[in-house]
Design a protein around this ligand. Structure first.
Ligand code: PGA
Length: 252
């Protein structure tokens, strides 16, 4: 399975700065054996696409999408609109959206299914918060989040789906989840997928890790069985640092 690294700019870099990041990143030596994507704010998609031209590295990703293709949904952006920019991946259910905007498991499931139907790979973010970790509820939380997220997904469509395990307590805190703990969480996620779609689908779904990943710890994750890549926030804001992280993930 190819390793997938996704830069998540979050609410950084509007259209004035997006192109500069893309150009600086593309000037770096980039490994060919990895899939690399950059998740940019919606308003920066046009500038990012313009800087990329027809280049496919990095692939363009969005940070959210609505669950309908058009209609009376003020302020929302649909998967079919994202397709116009050549978006290949889209995050859904990032914990910051769950926390600050009240996104529910049900909304995440609907968004994932609409993205998949449109031909964009949903990158579904799940993970426990600190209180749930302390109460020993990691498995319970992950199973519920995964079940809701895949309720309307298709196992055999042309468009696969990706899970990102992002423990909330490790996002932006400089407290990465120990790789062995991440491995256990990825196994829980994979077995929840297996329960619905069977072994062979579960084996082919990429489950990536996110939370305080940087160039120093990336190799510990990508060499851990069952960890198929990373979602990188803070350490992706500098294009050279993110390129270094990509090279470290794949030294070949
Ligand atoms: P971080 O964020 O790398 O800054 O911890 C990861 C994420 O939220 O996707």
């Amino acid at each position: 399975m190819r390793t997938l690294l996704i830069a998540n700019w979050k609410m950084h870099y509007g259209p004035m700065k997006a192109g500069g990041w893309i150009r600086a990143f593309r000037r770096e030596r980039l490994p060919k054996d990895l899939d690399i994507a950059v998740a940019v704010p919606h308003v920066s998609l046009a500038a990012s696409r313009a800087s990329l031209g027809r280049a496919s590295i990095p692939a363009l990703a969005a940070q959210d999408a609505f669950w309908a293709q058009d209609g009376a949904f003020t302020g929302e952006v649909s998967p079919s609109m994202l397709l116009e920019f050549g978006v290949q991946f889209c995050l859904v259910g990032h914990s910051e959206r769950r926390i600050y905007l009240g996104e529910t498991d049900e909304m995440v499931g609907k968004k994932a299914a609409t993205l998949q139907a449109a031909g964009i790979v949903p990158v579904i973010c799940v993970g426990e918060n600190e209180a749930q970790l302390k109460k020993g509820e990691v498995s319970k939380v992950l199973k519920a989040q995964v079940a809701a997220a895949i309720a309307s997904l298709k196992p055999d469509g042309k468009t696969p789906f990706v899970f990102a395990y992002e423990p909330v307590w490790s996002i932006g805190t400089g407290k990465p989840c120990p790789p062995q703990k991440a491995k256990e969480a990825h196994e829980i996620i994979r077995s929840a997928i297996q329960k619905k779609f069977g072994q062979s689908v579960a084996e082919h779904v990429r489950v990536i890790y996110g939370g305080s990943v940087d160039a120093h710890n990336i190799s510990e994750y990508v060499t851990t069985t069952g960890v198929n890549g990373a979602l990188v926030g803070g350490a992706s804001l500098d294009p050279r640092a993110f390129a270094l992280l990509c090279r470290t993930a794949n030294p070949a």
